[in-house]
Design a protein around this ligand. Sequence first.
Ligand code: FAD
Ligand code: SIN
Length: 513
Amino acid sequence: MLYFDYVVIGSGIAGLTFALEAAAHGRVAIVCKAALYETNTMYAQGGIAAVLSSIDSFEQHVQDTLTAGAGLCDEAAVRFMVERAPESINWLQEQGVYFDTDNDKTIALGLEGGHSQHRIVHVKDHTGLSIQQVLGQAVRQHRNITILEHHMALELLIQDEKCQGVQLLDLKTHEARSILAKAVVLATGGSGQIYQHTTNPTIATGDGLAMAHRAGAKISNMEFFQFHPTALYNPASKDTFLISEALRGAGAELVLPDGTPFMHRYHPQGSLAPRDVVARAVYHEMQLHNSSCLYLDARNLAEGHMQQHFPLIYNKCKSIAILAERDLIPIVPAAHYQCGGVVTNLYGQTSVPGLYAVGEVACTGVHGANRLASNSLLEGLVFGKAAAVHASETIQQQRLTSYQSIICNRLHYTGHLTYADTLTIDGLREELKLTMWENTGIVRTTAGLAEANYKLAMIRSEAEKLTSLSAELQELRNMLAVAELTIKACLERKESIGGHFVENQSVKIEQLA
Ligand code: FAD
Ligand code: SIN
């Protein structure tokens, strides 16, 4: 059994921000189920939204966020986040992140969908990687921080109606162990892996959300899964590579297979409309043209612009013989971001005492029915810090006395699956992903949602027959829980709004564009 002041589950931007802030006040353990850097954060391309120019204002950033969220955001949370964005960028710079600058050495500001001003702070098209590297190095060097890589959190330890720790599985030795802490922080990211096509890496299986749900935490807004309109269409690859919205901000246009632009028919902001509108338009035009993809036309960008500002995307395209200055880039929508999550207040507190949630796993209220581009790295920074400040003040009054009585290692993990079990788990996982993609995707139908419900019940009954517990099985169970919560939320919402769109259902006025 290990004892810490804080245990942080997850090593993306939210978890590392929390850890670095909290480490000034006590001992922190960071737990992550893969290597420290393997996070959604690492793959972020476009950047972080922040008001940094004199022609921009907090009010405009707030209004853009509320509009994208289709009227379902918590305005107080949005203002809290927007007003703290400049200091968060400053903090990242102090940690050693070098954002791109213009010729006059001021921070260069990009444009993305739904933003009325240029306000996206970035490091070329690999913003997330730069942040992950800098924060990763900082936590490794901090003497108050212990890092447990390749340790999967299995269950939260609840006693006396309070979260007191977490049970872990060491993925290298297959041993179960527990950490007890005065504050437990979920920073486990999203759940894109519940969909067949996703920009998210394999770690994004919704574990934190499922654990919180099992512990009785309040969950909300799960019907609002965000689909990114422009993932690279590359059927030869298993992974889905993102083509950043920032490329559209720089002038690239969405076009039909014959090269005709179409987005102005759907929204006055054209290719830079809020993401839910663009994803649905792309989906609709793909159906109309019976086409397996649409295209992004970046041929109008100044010579060398793409190589200089979007090197990751340029080189990825080049690696599959697409020259962006010569060819159209084939794109398809893909599942991208979980707007809902574990409900928190402004300080990351969940409905379970002792349990905090920060980053994509949390539902702070800032995204409403659809997240504004580049607001999620910001959310992780702002609420990661706010939660650390709150937790460090709260834990001062706590003692470790009642911890001895906590029953640890309640679950027995063998870690050994038979070959047949592995095949079954893989099969059920693929079935779940396909079901969610086909029935709970960009455009939903009532019949499709009911079918998904039925299929998930079948998958659950098969999964429950498996007894030899392992990380793979636990991930499947977590994905099932997240998928079930998503469908339940879809069925409960009686109108289409934001990222939730059901054919033949009434549409909230904000979404008519
Ligand atoms: P993550 O960065 O996802 O970290 C999750 C951590 O939790 C990982 O360390 C993982 O190992 C750990 N974990 C999960 N389950 C367990 C478990 N059971 N036990 C132990 N550890 C566990 N947002 C923007 O604002 N701007 C962008 O430009 C942008 N671009 C994006 C591009 C891509 C391709 C993707 C996928 C997302 C993008 N996003 C962007 C969204 C943004 O990157 C994420 O929302 C954000 O990084 C989430 O950060 P996080 O700290 O909450 O979680
Ligand atoms: C992108 O670069 O298009 C992703 C931005 C985001 O998800 O906020």
